[in-house]
Design a protein around this ligand. Structure first.
Ligand code: AKB
Length: 332
């Protein structure tokens, strides 16, 4: 059976993606994460490696034991953590990613076939500062001016992935171009099952989960802070759909995907409708507000819609009414 590697397997996206991949039963799913796998992940993965993607011994061990058809490279430090620890973020997000890219290239050589390399990028590659029209939905080529270490790292790996991509046939002679590199620029992701850590879009999911648990929560950005978001179900669907798209249908390697655009105040108001007694206040953390101010308020994902039929299942109202609120009510 074909083997697929998921780095950051124990993270929010990793967990949900593995559930879908394992259910499908088409792959041997191999997980890798810094943290021990949950009982569920141990059951769903054919093998799980606990360790750091910067550890060359770990990479050599994984490489010796497997030959991957597909890689979902999700591991990395998020934006707020990256600002607190820029050199660590650079190490993990760049050098760790290079280790995984290199392993995938070696697997492609062994198999004489390109490896599909899925990379999770972010709205953090954009930089709005000084834009006279900050409310518009950005296309992939607009305002690519990252202002955070995380955004810089994501953009660099997008470029490296394209450098090694089979799409660039003209370079086949000069360098090893054997990756089928595909990348999604994700907005903030809201899951009913878990809360992210170290991101800057975290105020959305944090408000929801705090309210559902009856815990007070101080939102770290201003009420008018607006971002594109999507629910975890749509994020996983986007990853799976792009990974399965016919290469001939793809006009680019890097795609925006979007669910809906919402402000902190709109999310708070929606959450309060169901958890009316919730104590949701604001306590702005300047460096996090600055990050949000630099990120797009909306994303144009028309290329993904056109090329591989992307369509989110959940817009704002449906996301909260049909999915997030009922699920968190059940959970807590
Ligand atoms: C973060 O906030 O760092 C991430 C992202 C938007 O990429 N969730």
């Amino acid at each position: 059976m074909a083997e697929v590697l998921i780095t950051g397997a124990n993270g929010e996206i990793g967990h949900s993606l593995i559930r879908f991949l394992a259910e499908e039963g088409r792959y041997q799913v191999v997980g890798c994460d810094l943290r021990e796998p949950t009982a569920e992940l141990s059951r769903l993965c054919s093998r799980f490696y606990v360790g750091n993607i910067l550890d060359s011994q770990l990479i050599a061990e994984i490489h010796q034991n497997h030959c991957f058809d597909k890689v979902f490279h999700l591991a990395g430090l998020l934006s707020s953590s990256g600002e607190k620890n820029p050199y660590l973020a650079h190490d993990v997000n760049v050098n760790g990613s290079i280790n995984i890219l290199k392993m995938a290239q070696e697997d492609a050589n062994r198999r004489h076939k390109p490896v599909v390399f899925m990379f999770t990028s972010s709205i953090a590659v954009y930089g709005l500062l000084g834009d006279p029209n900050p409310d518009r939905a950005l296309l992939e080529h607009e305002n690519v001016r990252p202002t955070t270490m995380y955004g810089i790292n994501k953009h660099y790996i997008e470029q490296l992935g394209e450098y090694f991509s089979v799409r660039d046939k003209s370079m086949e002679e000069q360098r090893m171009v054997n990756l089928d590199f595909r990348c999604l620029r994700f907005p903030g992701i809201i899951s009913a099952e878990s809360v992210p850590s170290g991101g800057t879009s975290d105020f959305g999911p944090e408000m929801l989960h705090a309210a559902a648990q009856g815990k007070p929560y101080a939102c770290f950005v201003k009420p008018e802070a607006r971002l594109p978001f999507m629910v975890m179900q749509d994020a996983v669907k986007a990853l799976l759909d792009l990974s399965r798209a016919q290469i001939g249908d793809l006009s680019r390697s890097v795609y925006n995907v979007n669910g809906f655009s919402a402000s902190a105040a709109e999310i708070r108001e929606r959450v309060l409708r169901d958890f009316s007694g919730a104590d949701l206040s604001y306590e702005v953390v300047p460096f996090r507000q600055q990050i949000i101010d630099s990120w797009p308020r909306d994303l144009d994902d028309s290329a993904a819609r056109r090329d591989w039929g992307w369509q989110p299942d959940y817009a704002f109202v449906k996301a909260f009414e049909n999915l997030l609120i009922p699920a968190v009510k059940k959970q807590y």
